[in-house]
Design a protein around this ligand. Structure first.
Ligand SMILES: [Fe+2]
Ligand SMILES: [Fe+2]
Length: 249
């Protein structure tokens, strides 16, 4: 019996099979550590002091600050994208990248919830609020990172990335580029499309077109562009009538 729980806020994701078509049990072939499969504890990189980055401790402190507008789920999914991009860009330091992406949006907790969507809507209604979530995010991140004993030199680099992750149009470093690309690329994931549909009351096709137009040509890394194109392609095909009308059970 699988221990994986259902995702309460995202019911479209299937966690358990309805049955088994093949006669044999293949579970003995499942490896313990499959390439690319992530675990929040095991994926944590090692700091210069030899200790693992405490991603779990950061998450436990950040989650209450991310509990609106699906920011918590967005941050976890963007963390996964960032880890994939770090694997593709080994010159980047994951001790900087992974905490920066996990904590980048905690500053929204300091913005009145009813003003957040106006701040991020296309057309850029409230740049002052976007700036506020960056500055407050950098401040709160310094506190969390110090609290969990993160590498002091990395803390300043992480704070600098968070302080400008939306408003700054250039990347300070490869680490900054990966954080920006991961944040944006989330919008074209299946989860990102689901969430953005609800923000703006658009259907899936409209949302994919809107997000795709604001992602692919705005990324900094080639692996980020390839990943985003892959997500957009799969989301497109999922809406083709040839796909949606398939008569399989
Ligand atoms: Fe943000
Ligand atoms: Fe974000």
């Amino acid at each position: 019996m699988s221990e994986i729980p259902q995702v309460a806020h995202w019911p479209a994701i299937k966690m358990h099979p309805r049955g088994r078509s093949f006669r044999d049990d293949v579970s003995a072939f499942i490896p313990k550590d499959a390439p690319g499969v992530l675990d929040l504890v095991a994926m944590a990189p090692v700091q210069p002091d030899g200790l693992r980055v405490d991603l779990l401790g950061m998450w436990e402190r950040a989650a209450p600050l991310l509990a609106t507008r699906d920011n918590d789920a967005h941050s976890l999914q963007a963390l996964g994208i960032a880890a994939a991009l770090c694997a593709a860009l080994p010159e980047a330091d994951p001790v900087v990248v992974l905490p920066a992406i996990l904590l980048h949006d905690i500053g929204w907790s300091q913005v009145p919830p009813d003003e957040v969507l106006a701040a991020i809507a296309p057309g850029g209604g409230r740049p002052d609020l976007v700036r506020l979530h960056e500055v407050e995010g950098a401040r709160l991140a310094r506190g969390i990172l110090t609290d969990v004993g993160h590498d002091p030199a990395a803390i300043e680099r992480i704070a600098a990335i968070i302080d400008g992750h939306d408003s700054r149009t250039h990347a300070l470093s490869i680490e900054d580029a990966i954080v920006k690309d991961s944040d944006k690329t989330w919008r074209v994931t299946p989860h990102g499309i689901d969430v953005v549909m609800e923000w703006f009351g658009l259907d899936r096709a409209q949302t994919l077109a809107l997000c795709a137009s604001r992602v692919v040509d705005h990324l900094f890394t080639e692996p980020g562009r390839a990943l985003a194109r892959g997500f957009i392609a799969v989301n497109s095909v999922t809406m083709w009538p040839q796909f949606t009308t398939l008569a399989h059970d």
